[in-house]
Design a protein around this ligand. Structure first.
Ligand code: PRP
Ligand code: MN
Ligand code: MG
Length: 181
């Protein structure tokens, strides 16, 4: 198989650094949700790694469900047009919902999703994201838990893709320009 290492420019966060961020998020979430069951809603596919690691780091009792929405297509820019490709199986009525995302970039996907889930009668809807890019600051969206702000570069790994590849890297890395130019 082709080795992906040659497609990377530099490693922004190592596996160990990501683990530390995830553990810190779990501590905050456990403290805030003490005594409550949490419905974790992972947004496919980017959230696959953070869902697996965060859910195992939590001590709270959790239910795991997933949604798939489309916003990017195969390009690299959000369009703001969100379509549900796979809906939740869980009923949200009276539940404490925590949306689990890998990254907030423009914030368009999440702001749409949060409004959508809030309309289903939950007790609460909050968001945890592992990474956030600076543009997200311009969007009026309340992200309760943010692992780390990262530079406005095209990044891959730990669930984040370029053209559906590189999700399986266990680091967060920038992509070499020759890959996307
Ligand atoms: C990416 C990422 C977030 C979203 C962030 O998902 O995983 O879900 O974009 O972008 P935004 O803040 O500008 O809306 P993508 O649509 O690429 O799907 P994927 O998770 O399957 O990669
Ligand atoms: Mn995504
Ligand atoms: Mg993507």
């Amino acid at each position: 198989a082709e080795d992906v290492a040659g497609d990377l420019e530099s490693v922004l966060l190592t596996r160990e650094e990501i683990d530390d961020i995830v553990q810190d998020l779990a501590v905050q979430i456990d403290r805030d949700y003490e005594g409550k069951d949490i419905l974790l809603v992972g947004v496919l596919k980017g959230a696959l790694m953070i869902m697996a690691d965060l859910s195992r780091a939590l001590r709270s009792k959790v239910t795991i469900d997933f949604m798939a929405v489309s916003s990017y297509g195969s390009g690299t820019k959000s369009s703001g047009v969100v379509r549900i490709l796979k809906d939740l199986e869980e009923d949200l009525m009276g539940r404490h919902v925590l949306i689990v995302e890998d990254i907030v970039d423009s914030g368009l996907t999440l702001s749409w999703l949060k409004t959508n889930l809030e309309s289903r009668g939950p007790a609460s809807v909050e968001i945890v994201t592992l990474f956030r890019k600076p543009e997200a600051l311009a969007v009026d969206i309340d992200v309760r838990y943010i692992g780390k702000d990262i530079p406005n570069k095209f990044v891959v790994g730990y669930g984040l893709d370029f053209d559906q590849k590189y999700r399986n890297l266990d680091v967060l890395a920038t992509l070499a320009p020759h890959v996307y130019e």
